[in-house]
Design a protein around this ligand. Structure first.
Ligand SMILES: *Cc1c(COP(=O)(O)O)cnc(C)c1O
Length: 384
């Protein structure tokens, strides 16, 4: 199913929001480093949009507008990191609120959210990440559920959650649905079009795409009370992105479509290769028909399944670590979404209670020549 907006998104991204400087003719926006903005002889701001660069900055605003167009959002706010973006959503809740989280999601966010909610008397319940229908049991007996959280595909277990169903359930109970769409990117999924109210991104990952900027974003389908509170946190608590980082992010987003389309094509081939290899126990990639969420992913994701996949090696932790260490082109490092392929043993990083299998490795597949990646994996598998 082809979405008519696909080409539009690629064009908006490539042209950085149809930028052209009418004064200089430049096709690349300037970086505005000024922290303050002058007033005229009657003490009126020379440009009413700019008073002080927390948060009035044309470079932030340009990147925010471009990303808002890619996500079909009304508004966007950029933050200093993905975590700062996620935190702003929770800062906007009141004590006594109730939030519903997936049982398996990006660990850094889960750890911080649960710790923060405990301190703020915000009640947390958990549903089965792979089964959005299980959200209902979390909300039906609460008289006030404020926020339902979805992360799809989830990091690092690659569960797929039905955004449309999660939105229906959330809205039935007057809650907002927020989707962490870091792994999917607006190229493959636009959660706001599927009924979500908010989208968050670690823009550090695919949106910037070059492993050289920390950034986060929150986007909204429409303005509401929580959005206004969030904008207050953005402006006053001030976890803003820097002007240079916003400019780099905008530059990174210009190639978003070609990067993630290539990464997803590569990931598909790597997943198929790993799945048939006798030293591999299992592969979790939503693009594989063997994935339990494949059918849903095909409906929910357009044009590809992303660049992220996890797989389990035959054997124990030492086999997985040995395999990661034997790679020549693929780099062992945390993070994802860059142009270079990274491999990671999440079990080493996450606490035992998260039950990440010890023989599991996560690959963030990049944009290298796929034959080189397959050869690298093949030679590494020969060594274990
Ligand atoms: C990395 C990541 C985050 C956190 O983003 P930072 O930019 O590292 O703060 C949040 N969610 C997901 C899914 C991520 O992969």
């Amino acid at each position: 199913m082809k979405n008519p907006n696909d080409r539009e998104g690629a064009t908006v991204a490539a042209k950085a929001g149809h930028f052209l400087d009418v004064h200089s003719g430049a096709v690349v926006p300037e970086i505005q480093l000024s922290t303050t903005y002058a007033r005229d002889d009657r003490y009126a701001l020379i440009n009413a949009a700019n008073l002080y660069s927390r948060p009035d900055n044309p470079t932030f605003v340009h990147a925010e507008r471009t990303l808002a167009d890619l996500e079909n959002a009304e508004e966007c706010r950029l933050f200093a990191s993905g975590m700062a973006a996620i935190a702003s959503v929770f800062y906007s809740l009141s004590p006594g609120a109730h939030v519903v989280l997936p049982d398996s999601m990006y660990w850094g966010a889960k750890q911080w959210i649960c710790d923060y909610c405990r301190r703020q008397d915000i009640f947390v319940s958990e549903y089965d990440t792979a089964d959005a229908a299980s959200i209902e049991a979390c909300v039906e007996n609460k008289n006030r559920t404020n926020l339902v959280w979805v992360e799809t595909p989830s990091n690092p277990m690659m569960h797929v959650t039905d955004i449309g169903l999660a939105a229906d359930i959330a809205h039935q109970y007057d809650a907002l649905l927020c989707v962490d769409s870091t792994a999917a990117t607006p190229v493959f999924t636009r959660p706001l079009e599927l009924g979500a109210d908010l989208v968050v991104h670690s823009a550090t990952k695919y949106l910037n795409g070059h492993s050289d900027v920390l950034a986060g974003a929150v986007l909204t389908r429409e303005e509401h009370g929580l959005w206004h509170a969030l904008c207050g946190e953005h402006k006053m608590a001030g976890a803003l992105i820097g002007a240079f980082e916003a400019w780099l992010l905008l530059r990174g987003m210009r190639t978003l479509y070609v990067r993630v389309e290539r990464a997803a094509q590569n990931a598909m081939q790597v997943a198929e290769y790993l799945e048939q290899h006798p030293k591999i126990e299992s592969v979790s990639y939503p693009g594989l028909p063997s994935h339990p969420g494949h059918h849903l992913a095909k409906l929910q994701m357009q044009g590809g399944f992303g660049g992220l996949l996890s797989f389990q090696v035959q054997g124990d932790a030492s086999a997985a670590l040995k395999l990661a260490g034997a790679m020549q082109i693929i780099i062992s490092a945390t993070s994802l979404g860059g142009v270079e392929t990274l491999i990671e043993h999440r079990n080493t990083l996450e606490p035992a209670e998260n039950m990440i299998p010890e023989n599991q490795l996560r690959l963030s597949v990049g944009i290298e020549r796929v034959e080189d990646l397959l050869e690298d994996i093949e030679q590494a598998l020969l060594q274990i």
